[in-house]
Design a binder for this molecule. Structure first.
Ligand SMILES: [Fe+2]
Ligand SMILES: [Fe+2]
Length: 137
């Protein structure tokens, strides 16, 4: 990825989301509930913005930009899978928010989110995000 890639400069890039979530994780680990809730609130703003931008703008353009009908179809299936992952990640992030409010956030739940997030990052890296970088999006 070029250092000037627009996605790299995106304040809500995967790297940025990862670092915001790390702050939630570390605060929970250290029992700093107020800091964890505040950090998760900031994470959720960035997370919702990133997911919404992909779902509403970038995924449809990515599918339509397939070079052949076969590629369009393959990308449509890929995006369907990515949208399903988004749904699972949103559900988990929402559950974390509820648990944080109740003072019940636990490391297992946060670890599950981290693993699912890493899997989603991998799933987007080679196809969708590579296309975003190559097409300047
Ligand atoms: Fe993404
Ligand atoms: Fe995504």
């Amino acid at each position: 990825m070029s250092p000037l890639s627009p996605r790299k400069l995106d304040p809500y890039s995967h790297e940025r989301l990862q670092s915001l979530f790390l702050l939630v994780f570390e605060s929970v680990r250290q029992g700093q509930r107020a800091i964890a809730s505040e950090a998760h609130g900031r994470f959720m703003v960035a997370f919702d913005s990133h997911m919404g931008q992909e779902e509403e703008v970038l995924f449809p353009v990515y599918v339509d930009a397939g070079a052949t009908p076969g590629e369009v179809e393959a990308r449509a299936r890929e995006v369907e899978d990515l949208r399903r992952q988004h749904g699972q990640l949103r559900a988990l992030a929402g559950e974390i928010a509820v648990r944080l409010r109740e003072g019940q956030a636990d490391i297992d739940l946060l670890t599950r989110f981290e693993l699912d997030w890493a899997r989603h990052d991998d799933a987007e890296a080679s196809g969708f995000h590579a296309w975003c970088d190559a097409s300047g999006r």
